[in-house]
Write a protein that binds this ligand. Structure first.
Ligand SMILES: [Ca+2]
Length: 346
């Protein structure tokens, strides 16, 4: 298009898988020791769109190219064999036998049902006068810095029934580690001027949830925690005096207890809906002209510096690698590689 300067591609996909194996709900006495076999009962759907655009041209002695691409996809729960729900509320949530997964038919697969965090208690007085009872005990188990939750059904209490779909999917099959971004994008730029060349490309993603766990969330007995959590948690103004005022940070006090601070129900207090972009590759090079090289018997001589994963801009806690596979943050990030080199061909 336009003398081959402009390129555009757009693709839409809509895939339905049928015959996914599942077991029928059968009620057999445990004594029979029989479990129903799996049959091809269910369906799943995946829909999405991806595209790319590129442009290359020349301005005076500079030739350049610029491009971008994206892909967006979502999975949707399809037909589900007539499951038996314990209540209409669980039917709406798609919860079967206490399984927290979202199995409701024709719903976008996404965030788990969880409490939504709406703030933090700022002081003891704030706790004493807070109109919503979060623990069924008049909030006496809370301390300044602990989370406040949304009373979705407005009954004045925080219970299981206040949970709603919130955030994007967490990879429950993988310890709650982040699921892949629903929207991925990239863009690139390259230019040549005389004997100089420059190229850079960026890659990023958005629409996924990072749920801090482990080192980024807890301070349990005989366990380490992260500097990030220490730096951002609430703390006693006098560490030797438990009656001293609590300075409220971004997270609750770090207490050595096994229960998750604030609520035993999952909530959004430690979650971030992440958007990130990384400078994936960058290179600048200079090629010595052949007219100069010829007399040395060299056909090609190029010097360059290049980098991979040079920088990341994101809203990740502590700006840790958004592509990290661990919700505890304790995994190897993509390495940052800087290279300086000389290419010689004879
Ligand atoms: Ca409620």
């Amino acid at each position: 298009m336009l003398n081959n300067r402009l390129g555009i591609e757009l693709a839409y996909f809509n895939r339905t898988r049928t015959g996914i194996a599942a077991s029928r709900d059968l009620f057999l006495a445990n004594l029979t020791a029989i479990t129903p076999g799996q049959e091809n009962l269910n369906t799943d759907k995946n829909r999405g769109v991806d595209g790319s655009i590129s442009w290359r041209d020349r301005v005076g002695e500079v030739s350049y190219n610029i491009g971008g691409n994206f892909s967006y996809g979502r999975s949707i729960t399809g037909f589900r064999y007539n499951r038996i729900y314990s209540s209409d509320f669980n039917r709406w949530r798609g919860i079967v036998n206490g399984n927290g997964n979202n199995f409701a038919a024709d719903r976008l697969n996404g965030g788990p049902f969880q409490l939504v965090t709406v703030g933090q208690f700022q002081s003891w007085e704030d706790i004493a006068t807070y109109p919503i009872d979060q623990d069924g005990k008049g909030n006496q188990t809370f301390r300044p810095g602990d989370f406040k939750f949304k009373d979705t059904n407005g009954d004045g209490f925080i219970t299981d029934e206040d949970r709603i779909i919130s955030g994007y999917g967490l990879n429950t099959a993988n310890n709650g580690n982040p699921a892949p971004a629903l929207l991925n994008f990239g863009f690139n730029f390259g230019a040549n001027y005389k004997n100089f060349n420059f190229s850079v490309d960026f890659a990023g993603g958005t629409m996924f949830t990072f749920d801090q766990s482990g080192f980024l969330r807890e301070w349990e007995p005989n366990k380490n925690t992260s500097q990030y959590l220490f730096d951002n948690a609430s703390y006693y103004s006098d560490i030797w005096d438990r009656n001293s005022p609590i300075i409220v940070g971004k997270y609750p006090l770090l207490l050595q207890q096994s229960a998750i601070v604030g609520s035993t129900l999952t909530h959004t207090g430690y979650q971030t809906n992440v958007t990130y972009v990384k400078m994936r590759n960058v290179e600048i090079g200079y090629t010595i002209p052949y007219t100069v090289l010829k007399k040395f018997g060299v056909s090609n001589f190029k010097v360059y510096v290049s980098g991979q994963n040079v920088l990341q801009i994101s809203n990740m806690p502590a700006n840790i690698d958004a592509e990290i596979a661990s919700s505890g943050g304790n995994a190897m990030p993509s390495p940052r590689i800087l290279t300086a080199g000389v290419q010689v061909k004879f």
